[in-house]
Design a protein around this ligand. Structure first.
Ligand code: FE
Length: 168
């Protein structure tokens, strides 16, 4: 049994994950327009991951006997001054996701809703991964930012990233 507060908070997070997919899709489109197909691929895979996160919440809400409500949202940022800037904005976005997941977990904890707490543990772990991946890329990028050959190689490396739905 979920309280209305917790049900709504889970639903909000589901919608925010869909919004995250949009955010990364916009970054992918920017990178493609700058002819960085590898960086674009990184963000396309990221968008798929976000949709997977949203669907995890969607399924959980259904499994708990409630209905997921799909909402619209504001347009994400579409304009970036550089690929590096898009990665920096991506990191800020992930930090915001982490903050929201923690807030959601706090509600579940306050309500002693153990099924939701167990479910959210996966998201808490995932956020550590998400922030670390993007943070590492920013550091690599900053180290090579004036070396076009190195940027070419990093772009090529990221072209190989693929999405595989994690075992859950
Ligand atoms: Fe996510």
């Amino acid at each position: 049994m979920l309280s209305e507060t917790l049900h709504n908070a889970l639903n909000d997070q589901m919608n925010f994950e869909f919004y995250s997919a949009h955010t990364y899709l916009a970054m992918a489109a920017y990178c493609t327009s700058e002819n960085y197909d590898g960086f674009a691929n990184f963000f396309l895979v990221q968008a798929e991951e976000e949709r997977f996160h949203a669907m995890k919440l969607y399924n959980f809400i259904n499994d708990m006997g409630y209905r997921a409500t799909i909402q619209g949202f504001e347009s994400p940022e579409n304009d970036f001054s550089s690929v590096l800037e898009s990665f920096k904005i991506a990191l800020l976005h992930e930090k915001e996701v982490t903050r929201r997941i923690y807030e959601l977990s706090d509600i579940a904890l306050d309500e002693r809703e153990h099924a939701t707490m167990a479910f959210l543990k996966w998201f808490i772990d995932e956020q550590v991964e998400e922030e670390a991946t993007i943070d590492t890329l920013i550091h690599k990028f900053e180290r090579i930012v004036n070396d076009s050959n190195a940027i070419f190689m990093l772009d090529a490396e990221l072209a190989g990233r693929t999405f595989t739905a994690p075992e859950v």
